[in-house]
Ligand binder design. Structure first.
Ligand SMILES: [Zn+2]
Length: 92
């Protein structure tokens, strides 16, 4: 599913309880290195095979929700349409 076997074995979804080396945020199409404080550092290339990873869709995500006139905070996503809480909004 991901760029190489090493990424397949070392990536986890951000909402997964199982932690590995790199986490993936579906809604933003972002790959992050986890930090001790719980945040992450965005990476642009696979650490193992060197392939360029997709551009982050985070800004597009905020722009689209703005265009829909939806008010929300990252901690209160009740107003966010469900397709924007997964990769459904960009990955048909
Ligand atoms: Zn790779």
């Amino acid at each position: 599913m991901f760029c190489c076997n090493m990424m397949d074995q070392n990536v986890y979804f951000a909402d997964s309880p199982e932690k590995k080396r790199v986490f993936y945020i579906r809604r933003f199409d972002e790959y992050m290195l986890p930090c001790a404080d719980g945040s992450g550092i965005l990476i642009s290339h696979c650490p193992w095979c060197g392939k360029k990873l997709p551009e982050s869709k985070r800004m597009r995500w905020f722009d689209e929700l703005d265009a829909l006139g939806i008010e929300f905070s990252l901690f209160d996503t009740e107003q966010v349409p469900p397709q924007y809480l997964s990769d459904a909004w960009w990955n048909e």
